[in-house]
Ligand binder design. Structure first.
Ligand SMILES: [Zn+2]
Length: 321
């Protein structure tokens, strides 16, 4: 039995079966996909253990078709990260239980239920914010601040966040704050659609057609690096205020780098405290950390008495020779 970080997370069971999670080019006996963010999706169409919603959103964002299938040894559990996201639970014939969280959040918010940690012997947990300085204020507090700001800002606002995940929540918040119009890009509208169908939620945004922005408008834009100039031009032409939404907003540098007028630490991941609590609840024999501050989180867990290792991509283990 081994867990390795090759092209995705590779779990080899005692009978030799390889379960490959979130790989670009999956080559295992069983393929699993935790959620439909680009860095977790296979490059081409394939059949994988994943939610129907991940298959639908994934297919709209990749070449080829992602089909969802089931597999008796693999169980899915809502990971609370984005619509359709699932943690992957694997049962080895020898009884060992594995849990790979993918990206994960324990906070229930909007249409997402927070992740409920399962019993597992081996846990692979993400570590995006696996460093003590990344502690987010309570979610309700962040939401209240955003709503206050949206209500008291008369100018048009440009709300920037990831197209899949953050952009949907920003539409709902802009609507709740009573902004006159909520607008967004065709790309975000395309992602809204399968989420609306699957979860029965309705997003308020209509297509932004490059006409003039008016006071009271909220325009939700995907946060992509190449558009900074375009966003700046739009902001100065329309007198709009720009806001960035990310867990990285804990760092002042997020505001400067993104050239935002304001930022809010709205995140779809666990913060440092939540990661520790998640591991403590699962209470596994062995923990592997990956992504982001994997080393720092493994160190913090080791200090707390866990057998924790940071997974490095393509690191070979003695077992392979
Ligand atoms: Zn993600």
């Amino acid at each position: 039995m081994t867990v390795q970080y090759r092209d995705g997370i590779d779990i080899e069971l005692s009978d030799g079966t390889r379960i490959v999670c979130d790989a670009d080019e999956p080559d295992g006996d069983v393929t699993a996909v935790s959620h439909a963010h680009g860095d977790h999706l296979p490059a081409d169409g394939t059949t994988a253990v994943c939610s129907e919603l991940t298959a639908a959103i994934g297919t709209s964002r990749m070449d080829g078709t992602l089909r969802s299938a089931s597999e008796p040894r693999v169980e899915l559990r809502p990971a609370g990260h984005v619509a359709g996201s699932q943690a992957i639970l694997v049962e080895d014939p020898d009884g060992t239980r594995y849990c790979y969280t993918g990206d994960v959040s324990v906070r229930s918010r909007h249409y997402l239920d927070g992740f409920e940690p399962p019993d597992a012997d081996v846990l692979v947990v993400e570590a995006t914010y696996g460093k003590p300085e990344y502690r987010f204020p309570p979610h309700a507090e962040v939401v209240a601040e955003i709503l206050d700001w949206l209500r008291e800002t008369e100018q048009p606002v440009l709300l920037l966040g990831y197209a899949f995940g953050r952009a949907q929540k920003l539409q709902l918040l802009a609507e709740r704050a009573g902004r006159a119009r909520v607008l967004t890009t065709e790309g975000v509208l395309r992602i809204n659609e399968p989420i609306e169908q699957a979860l029965g939620v309705t997003f308020p945004a209509e297509a932004f057609d490059d006409t003039d922005l008016r006071p009271g408008d909220a325009l939700v834009l995907p946060m992509t690096s190449g558009r900074i100039d375009w966003v700046d031009r739009l902001a100065s032409e329309s007198g709009a205020v720009t806001a960035g939404f990310s867990g990285w907003a804990i760092d002042d540098s997020f505001r400067f780098r993104g050239d935002f007028d304001v930022t809010f630490p709205l995140s779809d991941h666990c913060d440092f405290t939540e990661l520790l609590e998640l591991v403590e609840t699962v209470d596994p024999e062995r923990v592997y950390t990956q992504h982001g501050f994997a080393e720092e989180l493994a160190t913090a867990l080791t200090t707390r008495g866990f057998d924790a290792t940071a997974l490095k991509q393509n690191q070979t283990s003695l077992r392979q020779f």
